[in-house]
Design a protein around this ligand. Structure first.
Ligand SMILES: [Zn+2]
Ligand SMILES: [Zn+2]
Length: 160
């Protein structure tokens, strides 16, 4: 195949990918393209007492809240974050951030990142806003996945 033709094909592919991304970010297509990873796809708010989170999960949950704020501002889709378990709690973003930050300070870590300019999530995501994380599920999942969290949790009560 002539190099110029290959180059043209590659350029076209890039263009297609770019326009797909553009459509996604503008919210014109969201649901049908299941093969394309959702942008809000790693965030999980555990919502349990922050003292029970290991360092990694404490910093993780805190960081995810900051990281995903721009997506919420851009009104990205959050569908898929509430089934089979509720993974984010939109009505508690600020409060949760602040209690995680408090715990970070208590453990001698730095925190200099107040959560600012939170969009009106109730208006953006009315159908999801009132859904709450089930902390029993969080405890169960953390006990299964993370020995360090498990240890902290079991100091309080047995995991199962
Ligand atoms: Zn912060
Ligand atoms: Zn952990």
């Amino acid at each position: 195949m002539p190099a110029c033709l290959l180059g043209l094909m590659l350029r076209n592919t890039v263009t297609i990918q770019r326009s797909k991304r553009l459509l996604l970010t503008t919210g014109l297509i969201c649901e049908p393209l299941r093969d394309i990873p959702q942008r809000v796809n790693v965030m999980r708010m555990w919502m349990i007492d922050p003292k029970l989170l290991c360092r990694q999960h404490l910093l993780g949950e805190h960081g995810e809240i900051h990281k995903h704020l721009p997506s919420f501002r851009k009104r990205h889709s959050v569908s898929g974050r509430f089934s089979p378990v509720v993974q984010i709690q939109l009505n508690a973003l600020k409060e949760r951030h602040d209690e995680l930050a408090q715990e970070m300070l208590r453990r001698g870590m730095n925190h200099k990142s107040p959560l600012a300019n939170i969009p009106n999530l109730k208006e953006t995501y009315p159908q999801y806003y009132d859904l709450n994380v089930d902390t029993h599920v969080s405890i169960r999942d953390l006990c299964q996945r993370c020995p360090k969290c498990r240890k902290r949790i079991e100091n309080e009560k047995p995991c199962s």
